[in-house]
Ligand binder design. Structure first.
Ligand code: FAD
Ligand code: EPU
Length: 303
């Protein structure tokens, strides 16, 4: 029997910023820890994997969909932002809180350390998994601990050392569910100063990236010491197209869904971009976006 609040065949495209993707075999949006426990026990009984969906802003879902259970963290039950009354620099933040709301609230409190993430979409749980941030630094620098569930639904707590944050990477691997983060800010300043820095990070991002378009941010990681965007641009990728997918004219490391793009279009275009950079510069780019489901052509992407 399928438990209440677990649905079959939910189309995932509207839940991603690309606006692309087929159905989840099963889909759940638990509104409490008890409901999340049902999802885990259903997964265990049926032998299905659980894929956790945050804001869907770093994700390409295959046209053929995803088997297993997609569990979306959206409920306010998982999105609280709680300053520690005893430690002014420490907050506990639920995984479903939007990154934007945490950045704004921290700025208003004059807390430093997260302002460089201004303008990045998605949820705080997804930001921790990806160590989201700029080319140099990510949210990991202010994450003191992560509380979550392992693949069998057993609670875990990982401290900063165990989390092994690296460039767009962490020890938070598929199968784990991030429930909350303990953030330790770098310091407290005049809120006006932090608000100003936050605004300037957001404005720089808006000027350099196609923020209003349907994308998943940068498709490829930067190779050590270089910018993938600059390499793709110099290789002539801007404007390249496959079906409804196009390399942004604003930033060459963004693929934009101009309307009706399929995941196959995105994968074909990304493979051409990667090949163009390999031919022009002898560099093999590594994908940054996560891909769910089976999409022909992933080998050409080095995945
Ligand atoms: P999702 O896309 O939902 O998921 C990403 C991965 O994390 C998946 O593997 C998913 O299973 C996992 N995951 C998500 N939530 C959880 C959870 N609670 N528990 C366990 N696993 C989870 N990224 C940057 O780093 N820097 C940028 O400057 C940047 N700019 C962007 C600009 C635009 C316009 C867009 C669309 C994207 C941009 N991104 C950027 C990419 C993206 O916003 C970040 O990676 C973001 O942190 C992903 O969070 P999410 O909640 O959307 O994760
Ligand atoms: N550039 C070009 N052409 C382009 C794009 C960039 O010549 O089409 C040049 C720029 O002029 C600049 C250099 O490349 O001289 C670097 O560009 P930018 O400052 O935009 O930074 P980036 O290295 O391309 C990284 C992150 C972004 C993050 C920005 C700002 C990666 C893969 N990208 O981009 O993160 O927003 O720094 O901090 O690490 C993401 O991860 O999804 C993402 C968007």
């Amino acid at each position: 029997m399928i438990p209440r609040r677990i649905a079959r065949n939910r189309i995932l495209a509207p839940l991603t910023t690309y606006g692309i993707g087929g159905e989840a075999q099963f889909f759940a949006e638990p509104a409490s820890m008890e409901e999340m426990a049902w999802v885990y026990s259903f997964a265990r009984i049926e032998g299905l994997p659980v894929h956790v969906l945050g804001g869907g802003s770093n994700l390409l879902v295959a046209d053929s969909g995803v088997s297993g259970i997609v569990m979306r963290l959206d409920s306010s039950a998982f999105g609280g932002i709680e300053p520690d009354p005893a430690h002014p620099l420490i907050w506990r933040v639920g995984a479903a809180a939007t990154l934007a709301s945490v950045v704004e609230k921290a700025a208003r409190a004059g807390l430093a350390g997260i302002e460089c993430l201004a303008g990045i979409p998605g949820r705080i749980g997804g930001a921790a998994v990806m160590n989201a941030g700029g080319a140099e630094t990510g949210i990991g620098r202010i994450v003191a601990a992560v509380q979550g569930l392992d693949a069998s639904g057993k609670p875990f707590v990982m401290d900063a050392a165990a989390l092994r944050f690296g460039y767009r990477s962490s020890a938070l691997t598929p199968g784990m569910t991030v429930l909350s983060l303990t953030l330790c800010f770098l310091g407290q300043e005049d809120p006006a100063v932090v608000i100003d820095r936050t605004r300037s990070f957001r404005e720089r991002k808006r000027a350099a990236q196609p923020m209003g378009a349907h994308s998943a941010g940068c498709v490829f990681k930067n190779p050590a010491g270089r910018s993938a965007g600059a390499l793709l641009d110099a290789a002539g990728c801007k404007g390249m197209r496959e079906g409804g997918a196009e390399v942004s004219a604003v930033h060459a490391n963004f693929i934009v869904n101009t309307g009706g793009a399929s995941s196959a279009d995105v994968v074909r275009l990304a493979a051409r971009m990667r090949e163009a950079v390999r031919a022009a510069h002898g560099v093999s780019l590594e994908p940054e976006i996560r891909i769910w489901g089976d999409e022909p052509g992933l080998k050409e992407l080095g995945m």
